[in-house]
Design a protein around this ligand. Structure first.
Ligand code: TNX
Length: 524
């Protein structure tokens, strides 16, 4: 009996020891499987070998990052004794993004089926180095064997630069951090009421006139926007980090900035939202927006264009007594403004498809009955789970970005002073627990879950008037989002995550980012 007891105690100690060892390695997002051994690696330089030419850009990326941490790097032409980092394609991995990291004291090997998988292996490696033990002229840490792949394919973050404009350095910093935490879609909200932020060659007034003004200061006299050159630069920067940028041109509502530049396309609005809509009854409007989308499609290689479609009712009352819209209604047998909106979205959706792209829209787009094969729905109205159910039941690829808990313009706690509230807050813990915590309320049929493409957080910026505020509202919620998007449900553990956040805080300090500190959540 006592022998058996001893055996059980031994097993417990071993397992406990293993758990502790695994927990001493701190990664965000937490991987699918990790084994930590007693052996240690020591890295004093990176002699990187990659098995195929397609991996060269990943090797270059790694080399640059190693140099930033003070380790000299070089890319080796042939596999030899010196090579202590090996990147290699491996057909055994099942999915596109799945990678493996094998470590021995003298070699770290990252493998995967595709360059993107290798890229994620590199991010994991960089985190291990970031959190490793600093030696004189090197970094050491325990050898780990990791197998990893994401829970969701769409791991997104949206930034609204119409309400306030932040510029390319801030965007690049966000892309850096997104990549580090394995997020892969950057949704760029570039047009709305206060400002139009993307240069369109054919319609220069969109930026020269529409680019002036922001939420805090509508009278701002400087036009703030991205030139075509800057857009290309940022797209390339994101591509190096395997982030796809999804541009949004919001229509037919939220169109005020464009209408300020070209009043002939305005469909009117209300006293609180003047010139809020594009005019759905004028053919010229479809030509104008078709040209805009054509340029946008040329600038962004992503296979999607987001055409908005949200909150049109804020301005479409003005349509009710417009003679051209009444004519359109008669001609197309449309009964009300909602159907006019559907007609408009259909036509613009067709334009997007003709450009060879998929249509992305806010969940109101469902009312226009788009086709399931080429449309992605963004469910944002958290208080309408029936909309999510409808989207999934009809088979639409659906991205979950409900206001609660995924709107990062919403406050994280009661004490915070400046931000939006919607019958509650969006605390770190709720972001982390998404979607399991909410899922019970949605009542989704099991099969319909397969249509959930992924999750995304949205940073609207009416109340984000400077970079410091942007940082405070984004971090570390972005880390929680990343883990919610990547880590398998059964591997999530909030306590463990808070522990690992220590490393994120150190990194954010180094970046000079002003974040919400979960260890000391004072009001800001
Ligand atoms: C709703 S979400 C909006 C945005 C606002 C946001 C503020 C959505 C599709 N439309 O225009 O900025 O709420 O939280």
């Amino acid at each position: 009996k006592s022998k058996r007891m001893k055996f059980i105690i031994c097993v417990c100690l071993l397992l406990g020891g293993y758990r502790l060892a695994a927990q001493s390695v701190r990664l965000i997002p937490w991987p699918v499987s990790i084994d930590v051994s007693e052996e240690k690696f020591e890295l004093r330089r990176g002699n990187i070998y990659c098995s195929e030419e397609v991996l060269l850009s990943e090797a270059e990326f790694l080399k640059k990052k190693l140099e930033e941490t003070g380790l000299p790097g070089r890319i080796e032409k042939r596999l030899n004794q010196r090579c202590n980092i090996v990147l290699q394609l491996d057909e055994q991995c099942r999915t596109e993004e799945e990678y493996r990291l094998r470590m021995t004291p003298d070699r770290l090997t990252v493998s995967g089926k595709t360059p993107v998988a290798i890229f994620y292996g590199i991010q994991t490696l960089l985190q291990l180095l970031e959190n490793g033990e600093r030696l004189k002229g090197g970094i050491a840490g325990p050898c780990c064997q990791i197998e990893d792949y994401p829970r969701y394919r769409w791991r997104g973050f949206m930034l609204d630069e119409s309400r306030h404009f932040f510029g390319k350095e801030k965007v690049k910093q966000l892309l850096d951090l997104m990549a580090y935490y394995k997020l892969n879609k950057f949704h760029w909200h570039l047009t709305d009421e206060p400002g139009w932020r993307i240069e369109i060659e054919k319609y220069p007034r969109l930026t020269s006139v529409g680019g002036k003004g922001n939420w805090s200061n509508p009278q701002d006299t400087v036009a703030r926007f991205y030139t075509r050159g800057e857009i290309k630069e940022i797209v390339a920067y994101a591509a190096e980090r395997h982030i796809e940028i999804v541009p949004e041109v919001d229509m037919p509502g939220h169109a005020t900035a464009a209408n300020k530049a070209y009043p002939q396309y305005s469909g009117g609005g209300t006293p609180t939202h003047p010139d809020f809509t594009f005019h759905p009854g004028k053919e010229d409007v479809y030509t104008f927006l078709g040209e805009v989308l054509k340029e946008v499609a040329g600038l962004f290689p992503a296979s999607y264009i987001h055409i908005g479609g949200d909150e049109v009712a804020f301005g479409s009352k003005a349509w009710q007594d417009d003679p051209e819209i009444l004519q359109l209604m008669e001609r197309e047998k449309l009964k009300n403004s909602k159907e006019v909106e559907g007609y408009f979205m259909h036509r613009m959706g067709d334009t997007v498809k003709e450009l060879g792209k998929k249509v992305v829209g806010w969940d109101e787009l469902l009312d226009a009955h788009p086709d399931t094969a080429s449309t992605i729905i963004f469910w944002w109205r958290h208080d309408h789970p029936e909309v999510l159910r409808a989207s999934l039941q009809k088979g639409f690829a659906t991205v979950l970005c409900p206001r609660r808990p995924l709107y990062f313009d919403f406050l994280q706690q009661k004490a915070d002073k400046w931000g939006r509230v919607w019958d509650g807050f969006c605390p770190l813990e709720d972001v982390y627990a998404f979607p399991e915590k909410q899922e019970e309320e949605w009542n989704l049929p099991a099969y319909s879950r397969d249509f959930i493409l992924g999750i995304q957080a949205n940073l609207w910026t009416e109340r984000i008037h400077n970079e410091k505020r942007l940082d405070y509202m984004t971090f570390p919620r972005l880390c929680a989002l990343a883990e919610a998007a990547w880590t398998l449900e059964e591997r999530k553990d909030y306590g463990h995550f808070l522990n690992r956040l220590e490393d994120a805080y150190r990194l954010l300090d180094r970046y000079g980012i002003y974040y919400f500190d979960s260890r000391n959540p004072a009001a800001h």
